[in-house]
Every structure is written in C-alpha cells, then in structure tokens.
Design a protein around this ligand. Structure first.
Ligand SMILES: Cc1cc2nc3c(=O)[nH]c(=O)nc-3n(C[C@H](O)[C@H](O)[C@H](O)COP(=O)(O)OP(=O)(O)OC[C@H]3O[C@@H](n4cnc5c(N)ncnc54)[C@H](O)[C@@H]3O)c2cc1C
Length: 397
C-alpha cells in the first residue's frame, strides 16, 4: 500500500519539503501531495515592491514541481481531522476529503489585523498579490495629491514598506509609526545607517506611543496624539491562522505548533510542522522568528527527517542558527546585519546597493532551492520503504 504524505502550504517551507521528500523516496511506495490555496508561489518578501509598482516574478507552483513526482492540489484547507487522518479542502465550492499517513503542516502566517481596533476596516496590509496591486493603485492616485501615508509597525516589514513607498513615491509624505524605535535591536552602526536613510528618503519616524485605534483618516495613539493619513499601511506583526489550534495540535500562545527536535508535533506523531506555523527552538534556546529563512531551513530538514524515518533510519535533530538579517530600504539602500550565535547583532554590517544585491541573492537562492531541492541527495532507487510510519505503526514500534 502506498504511504500518503500530504504537505499543506506551498510557501518557503512546504514547497521545498514536498519536492525534496519526493526525490528521496520511491513514487510507487510513497506518494507526496502538495496542497495550496494559491496556484502561484507568493514571494511575500517582495509584496512591498509590487505595492509600489515594481514588477515581481510570478511563478506557478506547478512550474517548480516539473520533473518531480509531487502531485499538486490547488484548494483551501478548511479542516484537519487528526484522529481520522484526513484533510478537507475546498476549491470552487467543491469540497474534497484527502486521507494521509504523514502530514506536513506549512500554512505559514499572515499580518495580524485583529489586534488593534479599526485595522481591518481602515488600514491596508500586504497579505497577498491582489491587495498589493490595489495598494499600488491607491498610492499612485495619492502621490498626485502629495498625500500622507502612515505605515504602522517598526519591525522589519514596516521598515521595508516605509522605505520602499518613500523611495518610489517621493511626493508622498510618509510617517512610520512605532511604539519602540524601529530597528532598536540592530547594532549602533546599523541603527545610524537606518536613521540616515530614513532622513534621506524623507520618512518621518514617530516613536514612543502605540497605536490604540485606526480611524478612517487618523491613528489614535495611546499618548493621546493623533497621526492623520490618507492611506494607512499596517505591519503590526504576523499571526499564525488558528487552524492548527482548532484542529487539536498543541500550540503556544501565538498559535504556533509545538514541535520536538525532529519538527514533529509534540501532541500528534506523524504530523510535522514547519515554517512560520511552527514554534521551533533555535540553537540559542529561543524560538525562531517568523521569516522565510525559517521556512527555507525547516522545509528541507523535515523532508530529510521523514525520508529517514520512512527508510528505517534515525533522523538527525534539527539545529539551526541565524547568521544575518537582510533588510531592504528601497532599491538603492539596504542593510545586512550579521548576527552572533546568540542572535545578538555583530558590529559588522553591509549597507547600500551591495546590501540590496546580497538580499536579492538570498531571496533568489531560496527559489533556486525550489527548483533544485538538493543536488547531493541520494537518488531514488537507493532508498526503500522499510518502516511503517502510520500512527499505529509508530505506536507499536
Ligand atoms: C511585506 C512582507 C515582507 C517580508 N519580508 C521578509 C524578509 O525580508 N525576510 C524574511 O525572512 N521574511 C519576510 N517576510 C516574512 C516571510 O514572507 C514569511 O515569514 C514566510 O513567507 C513564511 O514562510 P512559510 O512557508 O512558513 O509560509 P508562507 O510563505 O506564508 O506560505 C504559506 C503557504 O500556505 C498556503 N496557505 C495558507 N493558508 C492556506 C489554506 N487554508 N489552505 C491552503 N493553502 C494555504 C499559502 O497559499 C502559501 O502557499 C515578509 C512578509 C511580508 C508580508
């Protein structure tokens, strides 16, 4: 009987996981199916480029899967039954029940629009390509009127959006609103570069107060101040959708699934969780931040772990550390902050166009992994299915 592996989500984590796993197993023994709501790969770290009128590459997931045995199913996952081991998807009002033996959950995260009143109603957030295109239309109209844009959130996403908008639309008045100083975790050299770049781009930075409410045309801050805007872009942090928690997987307070050192759910053997959806502990002891690197490293690792278990080998534990933080500040300025093993910033930074080239190489490198998920992997034929990885099989072992 074929062992069915279902991979949910074709982002940085799921796409590589599916393709790399399929490459290591016999297709007649193990089937790998990738389920995604969106037929194209969405390069989320470039959505602010799309929102500012720059063309970004749109690659269908199917194209990345060429010459692989992974079956692609386009549909939204609406339910997971962890006891029956089935996933329900919906596409064009048609629902489909998909059984699995091994599940890889990689449904990612999204920008949190529910934490502060008024965000969902009055602010835009870059949650997908359609929204980014709509934001672009609004920004173009607003630029003709020297309009005012408020960007909320002093994390990497807010910093990148504010810089990109200011560079592409110099006629706009851009204010970045953040409770704490944007980039306060960076080295002093990087912080100084960031401040200089914002000044050069004409971005006003408003710190020291949190947004209490987003109103139709202004932000109400918790110190009583107000920031008027014609367009508000919200980047107040990521949130993992509740599906993992609702389905019964053990999760933390952010709804990220709890996993062990082999990326397997601590509550449900046979379920692996990767990318933003997983609470994975890094080598320095705390949780890996949400980011494409986390997906890019947990995806291949999960594939290797599952392939090892399917072939009766003991998998190696996941170990990973961040080495850098790549920040684009428009297309002329950028910042690469190199990191120590404990994630603290090194004094070493790379800036300017070299940093942009470095970041582009990193993002493009991730997509190269989708096409070539491991040139040094053992080819099919070297491995055979030896282990019963079903829940029953694992329980007996
Ligand atoms: C504007 C912006 C800029 C960013 N910049 C950076 C950056 O510079 N560096 C960085 O490291 N990170 C950045 N990020 C974050 C980064 O994009 C994410 O952390 C990363 O994409 C997470 O990878 P993932 O594979 O876990 O999930 P995703 O890439 O989110 O992939 C999730 C997949 O699951 C699918 N999916 C979701 N829900 C369902 C469902 N119910 N049914 C079926 N399919 C579903 C999606 O279609 C997608 O295929 C940025 C994000 C944004 C929005």
């Amino acid at each position: 009987m074929t062992h069915k592996v279902l991979v949910l989500g074709a982002g940085y984590a799921g796409l590589v996981a599916a393709k790399r796993l399929a490459r290591q197993v016999h297709g007649d023994e193990v089937s790998v199916t990738l389920v995604t709501a969106c037929a194209d790969f969405v390069e989320r770290p470039r959505l602010h480029q799309l929102a500012t009128g720059q063309a970004i590459e749109r690659v269908p997931v199917a194209q990345y899967l060429r010459r692989s045995s992974v079956e692609l199913v386009v549909g939204s996952v609406v339910g997971i039954d962890l006891e029956e081991r089935t996933v329900t998807t919906v596409q064009d009002d048609e629902s489909r029940l998909m059984p699995y033996d091994t599940l890889v959950y990689a449904l990612g995260s999204n920008i949190d629009v529910d934490g502060v009143p008024g965000v969902a109603a009055h602010a835009w957030s870059l949650v997908g390509t359609d929204v980014a295109a709509q934001v672009c239309t609004q920004l173009r109209v607003l630029a003709r009127q020297n309009g005012q844009v408020a960007v909320c959130g002093g994390g990497l996403t807010g910093i990148e959006i504010a810089a990109e908008v200011a560079e592409c639309f110099p006629a706009l008045r851009v204010t970045l609103v953040s409770g704490t100083r944007p980039g306060a975790w960076l080295s002093p050299r990087a912080q100084a570069y960031l401040a200089r770049t914002f000044e050069a781009l004409g971005v006003t930075v408003r710190t020291g107060a949190h947004v209490r409410e987003v109103r139709p045309d202004e932000l109400a801050l918790d110190d009583g101040d107000r920031v008027p805007f014609e367009l508000c872009l919200w980047a107040g942090g990521f949130r993992v959708p509740p599906l993992a928690r609702v389905s019964g997987l053990a999760v933390n307070s952010q709804d990220r699934a709890l996993v062990d050192g082999t990326l397997e759910s601590v509550s449900h053997p046979g379920v692996y969780v990767i990318g933003d959806a997983a609470a994975v502990t890094g080598a320095w002891g705390s949780q890996l931040a949400m980011g494409c690197r986390t997906g890019g490293f947990t995806g291949p690792k999960a594939a290797d772990i599952i392939a090892a278990r399917l072939t009766g080998r003991e998998p190696r534990q996941f170990r990973y550390r961040y080495i850098h933080e790549c920040i684009s500040l428009g297309r002329r300025h950028g910042l690469i902050q190199f990191l120590n093993a404990d994630e603290s910033p090194k004094p070493v930074v790379l800036t300017g166009r070299k940093a942009i080239a470095y970041k582009n190489a990193t993002l493009n490198g991730a997509k190269t992994l989708f096409r070539h998920p491991g040139p040094a992997l053992p080819r099919r034929g070297h491995l055979t299915l030896k282990a019963d990885l079903t829940h029953a099989g694992r329980a007996q072992a």
